[in-house]
Design a protein around this ligand. Structure first.
Ligand code: HEC
Length: 134
């Protein structure tokens, strides 16, 4: 009876170690170039909801409360055709530098505070990409 308890416990310890090692092995590569950490992704999603959705709408259709009054209006970012026509670099550039940075309307606001946060900018680009077809 006693032996059994010990074996069960050590089994749990081993399982815990394996889980810890596995957790480590997946969190390490996420810091490599081109990747977005969970924290940066969370910040990006928050920024989308609090900043971008004001004009673009939560679903990216260009129907945010402040978007209706704009001219030009923000386009439907869910459009597969538009998604195909732009690169990630372009999206990152317009997010940080605003419309002016890519020859578009300055009504697309710049976000200079994100210039030093490339991971969050990549996260926002992912948020924009995820709108495709929705
Ligand atoms: C003050 C309103 C406003 C806010 C806030 C805003 N945008 Fe925009 N955005 C626009 C407008 C207007 C355009 C269209 C510009 C044009 O067509 O010339 C645009 C265009 C874009 C485009 C390019 C679409 C295209 O036509 O190529 C992307 C991508 C984009 N916005 C992403 C974002 C993201 C991400 C955020 C938040 C960080 C954001 N925008 C915040 C108004 C806004």
């Amino acid at each position: 009876m006693r032996m059994r308890t010990v074996r069960v416990l050590s089994g749990r310890v081993v399982a815990g170690l394996v889980t810890a090692a596995f957790g480590l092995s997946i969190s390490l590569p996420s810091l490599a170039a081109g990747q977005v950490s969970e924290a940066a992704m969370k910040e990006a999603k928050e920024i989308w909801q609090t900043r971008c959705a004001t004009c673009h709408g939560t679903g990216g259709k260009g129907d945010g409360p402040a978007g209706a009054a704009l001219n030009p209006k923000p386009r439907d970012l869910t459009s597969e055709e538009w998604q195909k026509s732009v690169t990630d670099d372009y999206i990152e550039k317009i997010i940080v530098g605003g419309g002016q940075a890519v020859g578009k309307s300055p009504l697309m606001a710049a976000n200079p505070d994100l210039a030093g946060k490339p991971e969050v900018v990549r996260g926002l680009t992912r948020v924009v990409r995820d709108l495709k077809g929705k």
